[in-house]
Ligand binder design. Sequence first.
Ligand code: MN
Ligand code: MN
Length: 269
Amino acid sequence: MHYLASKHTGTICILGMPFDSTATYRPGARFGPMAIREASHSLETFSPMQEADLEDIDFMDMGDLELPFGNPEPALAIIEHSVSKIVSQGRIPFPLGGEHLISLGCLRAITKEYQGLKIIHLDAHADLRDMYLGQKLSHATVIRRISEIIGLESIRQIGIRSFAREERPLANEILAEPEKIIDWASSSPCYISCDLDILDPSIFPGTGTPEPGGISFQQLIETLFEILRNLRVVGMDVVELAPQLDPSGVSSVVAAKVVRECLIALSPS
Ligand code: MN
Ligand code: MN
């Protein structure tokens, strides 16, 4: 499978965002997008789970953004501008991180385009801190910053198993069982933000902040299928693969397979 070889016009647009400036524990997510492309070569284009082939899906890979490191605001501005262009053409952006903060730039763009947007956040971590290490802009504060744009009531979280004490009351308001999310979001445009550390570190060790006690690949895929098949998804990101932290390379293949399945499931049938 080679994403760059897609011959289609691109209803769904993959856009790499190699950025990890605010990673606090172990950096390396900047190498995520290229590792996903590389690992995609080891996978078939056909999905037995969906009886469908990626070759029939109308998507394109726009390559990677060139993002400055250090102060995150200039990088977020580039991300917002690029995602705005994609959504204004009626396409579905599919950003590949990079660390989770990239989702803030994406949602600054998408909330402008879609009224009544709802956000479904899959992660091991709540990412609801107000500040982290003195910083307002961090992978650990990204959902809090997004909630300031769209309101906490427009966000639901799945899979969270790590909270700071200050996050717990906020997270209690928005933690949800996957089954309830379909009803909650049924009439709204939805954005999915998938932090791959929701997976158990035994199958996905290649990430900056591994958190034991996570879900299996199969559980993640089934949850995503439920969401992507039943809701009107207008954008989706997959973040926090740090490939060099897993010398076996398996984490990159896991990420590439999640992306393959989501591209197929997202595609209007
Ligand atoms: Mn996260
Ligand atoms: Mn996380």
